[in-house]
Structure formats: C-alpha cells, structure tokens
Design a binder for this molecule. Structure first.
Ligand SMILES: Cc1cc2nc3c(=O)[nH]c(=O)nc-3n(C[C@H](O)[C@H](O)[C@H](O)COP(=O)(O)OP(=O)(O)OC[C@H]3O[C@@H](n4cnc5c(N)ncnc54)[C@H](O)[C@@H]3O)c2cc1C
Length: 380
C-alpha cells in the first residue's frame, strides 16, 4: 500500500536495503542457515550502510538523527530474505545499542560504539535468565560493589549473538527485590570470570547464535555501571519498545514473503485442470493474507509516526506485536497450505517462516506479556 508518510529519504533508504538484501543476502541465506552462521563481512557491509546508527551521535559513528520509519524499513527489508537468522545474527547489537548510547560512560561509548556500529564487533543484550525471561523485575544475577569494581554472579540464557559478541549489556540485581533493585552493566567478553556456551539446536534462526552467559565472580570496573544504580529496570523496559517495533516490521516482511511465494506457486501449480490461483477457495486465502498485511502495515506506519512525534506509544506497540504475531501465524499457515506437500520441504521460504513464527511470538516479550502490559498501560 502507498505509505502517506513516505519521503524521498525514506524511500531511498528502503531501496538501498532492499537491493542489498536481494543481491548480497537472499541468494546465500539458505546455505548460511544450514551451515549455522553468516559470514562476518555481512556485519561490516550492513554497518557501512549505517543501518544501526539511528539515534546515535555522529561522534560515535552514528547517523546523528533518528527515524522510526527507517528503522522499520530496515527490519522489514531484512526479513524479505526469508531467513530470520540473518537479521538475528546481526541484530543482537541493535537491542543493546540504545542503552549503551544513553547510559554508558563517555570512555565506553567512544571506544565501543564505532566498532559495534561499523560491524567490526558485535554486542548483545543479556536480560533473560534460566529461571525466566518474562519477569524482568525479578532477575537473580547479582552485582556486588567491591571498591572500584562490581562483581557479577549468575547466568543469562538465549542471548542472541552471545557467542560472537565482544560487548554485553547485562541486567543484574544491585538492590533489594523487585524492579527497584535492578541495574545495567557493560561487560566485555574478556572479563575475568565471564564465560559462555552455545545453546543447542533450535527450531529456527539457525544462522544466528544464542548463548548461555556465565558470571562467576566476573569483575568489571565501577564505570561499567550503566546509568544510576538500581534504576536499570526502566531502561530495560524503554529499550524493549524499539525492539518490538523492529519485530513487528520484521514480521510484516515475513508476511509479505509468504504472500509472494505462495502466489508464485499458485500461478504455476495446476490441480483439477486449472491453475491453483483460479480456484476460489485459494483466491480467498490470498484475500485473507493480504488483508492482514494491509492492517499490519497501517498499524506499523501509525506507530512509527507516534514514536517520532513522542511520547512512546507503549500500549499500541504491545498490542501491535501480539496482533502481528497472530497475523503472521495465520499467513504462514495459509501459505504452507497453498504449497501443499511442497511447502513441507526444506529450502522453501515458507517452511522456514512457519518454523520462525514462534520466536516472534515469544522473543522480545511474549504474546501473554504484551497483552498484560498493554492493558496495564491503558489503565483499564
Ligand atoms: C531465539 C531466541 C532469541 C532470544 N534472544 C534474547 C536476547 O538476545 N536477549 C535476551 O535477554 N533474551 C532473549 N531471548 C529470550 C526471550 O526474550 C524470552 O524467551 C521471553 O522473554 C520469554 O521468557 P521465557 O522464555 O523465560 O518464558 P517464561 O517467562 O518462563 O514464560 C513461559 C510462558 O509463560 C507465559 N507467562 C509468563 N508469565 C506469565 C503471566 N504472568 N501470565 C500469563 N502468562 C505468562 C509466557 O508468555 C510464556 O508463554 C531470546 C529467545 C529466543 C527463543
């Protein structure tokens, strides 16, 4: 659909990402997924396009401006390669950049941000723990002050980019129980007492890595406390908003790929003497998929506008994330159905998207938690 918020700059940015994805990612993504990793040069090539620089000062290698429409365009176009693991492999840094830019010391920002933004090094966000990811206020990893250092103990799990990142933003308990006792820390991979192990085989996102992080008396300097002590919970919550917008945009890209792939197939495949696309039941499936794509696109555009204008539309983002993962689930299922048995074979983009629906419905805030948060924001 035509986007009433388009500008020449936004269209040009989207076109740049679209052609990069079409030429440099899509032809290889299936092989990378089977191999379980992407070449590191993809991080650097994307970094050169400035895709992670939104909201980050030029002094640190950022773009010096922010635009939610461009953030969303990046996420949507990356998803068009139909291999969610590619965006995930480079994306651990996206969800850790905002806290680094807002809360890390000048020294850390000057040293780390240019390397992360250029794609030379990776960074990850460590919130989820083996004991749970939804209940962020009750993280159990601890950080104890010891002179000019903080000593961290505990573990994190499901951390995207965890095996390859140099830098980590980690939530740990510095105070009493609940949300007022959580702080954020900047932890480097070479920190004594820090180690990591790769998570075993996953349902999807194969070419990205997820890790368990271990902190055994991991000692970081006092300046690695990000922001104020015991005030990390709010920063984590605020950070989730743009992550969720990106997930919504990524899901929109996946839905469009479901539509396009199924349509190509339906135009080719013949049953009962005519092309699949000429059967009314199949045509109705395209109407249903297309309506959901339109709805998500409108919702996303409105949200991007609200994010740019402020204040952050938290309830709308939460509702849209649930709405979109449900819509994606429907689209992936219907597209698979249109393919019939051919959709069940590896290498079919819809087969992979079908497997990747659940990570979108759970990661970055599950459907249950999104509904709960939305209703709380609405003060019902
Ligand atoms: C591939 C992948 C990549 C990830 N990357 C990262 C990352 O980079 N960094 C990071 O920190 N985390 C990451 N995560 C973790 C993700 O954010 C969590 O899985 C998610 O927040 C849910 O936490 P959980 O898995 O511990 O489920 P739990 O919190 O144990 O919840 C289990 C189920 O119960 C539901 N539930 C929980 N509480 C309630 C309630 N009060 N009412 C109703 N239902 C409830 C949840 O919705 C969920 O369906 C990743 C996860 C995956 C799968």
């Amino acid at each position: 659909m035509k986007n009433p918020f388009d500008t020449p700059e936004r269209v040009a940015f989207r076109d740049t990402i679209r052609s990069f994805v079409a030429n440099e990612i899509t032809p290889y993504a299936d092989d990378w997924d089977e191999a379980g990793q992407i070449p590191w040069e993809i991080h650097e090539k994307l970094g050169a396009l400035g895709v992670w620089g939104f909201g980050i000062d030029e002094a640190y290698g950022g773009l010096g401006f922010d635009d939610c429409f461009m953030r969303a365009a990046y996420a949507e176009e990356m998803a068009r390669c139909a291999t969610g693991g590619v965006a995930a492999a480079v994306g651990g840094r996206s969800i850790s950049l905002d806290p680094i830019q807002r809360l890390a010391s000048e020294e850390i920002k000057a040293r780390a941000l240019p390397k992360i933004l250029s794609g030379r090094q990776g960074s990850s966000l460590g919130i989820t723990e083996p004991g749970g990811g939804s209940d962020v206020a009750n993280v159990t990893t601890t950080a104890r002050r010891d002179g000019n250092h903080w000593v961290l103990n505990g573990s994190k799990t499901f951390i995207t980019g965890g095996m390859t990142s140099e830098y980590f933003v980690v939530a740990a308990r510095t105070g009493g129980p609940g949300l007022t006792g959580v702080s954020l820390f900047f932890v480097e991979a070479n920190t004594p007492g820090f180690s990591r192990t790769a998570l075993p085989r996953k349902m999807g996102w194969w070419c990205s890595d997820q890790a368990k992080l271990h902190f055994d008396d991991a000692r970081v300097s006092a300046e690695c406390l990000m922001g104020e002590e015991d005030c990390g919970f709010l920063a984590v919550m605020e950070n989730f908003n743009l992550e969720r917008v990106a997930l919504i945009a990524g899901m929109l890209g996946m839905m469009k790929t479901c539509f396009d792939s199924a349509l190509d197939w339906a135009r080719e495949r013949e049953t009962f003497g005519k092309k699949l696309i000429r059967h009314q039941v199949i045509r109705h499936k395209f109407a249903d998929i297309s309506a959901r794509i339109d709805a998500v696109e409108c919702y996303l555009n409105q949200i991007c506008w609200m994010v740019n204008e402020g204040p952050m539309p938290v309830a709308e983002i939460c509702k849209a994330k649930v709405f979109t993962s449900k819509a994606l689930e429907f689209c992936a299922s219907e597209a698979m159905q249109i393919f019939g048995g051919a959709g069940y074979l590896r290498g079919n983009p819809v087969e992979r998207i079908y497997r990747e629906v659940k990570v979108m419905a759970i990661g970055g805030g599950s459907e249950e938690i999104m509904r709960d948060l939305a209703v709380r924001q609405m003060e019902l």
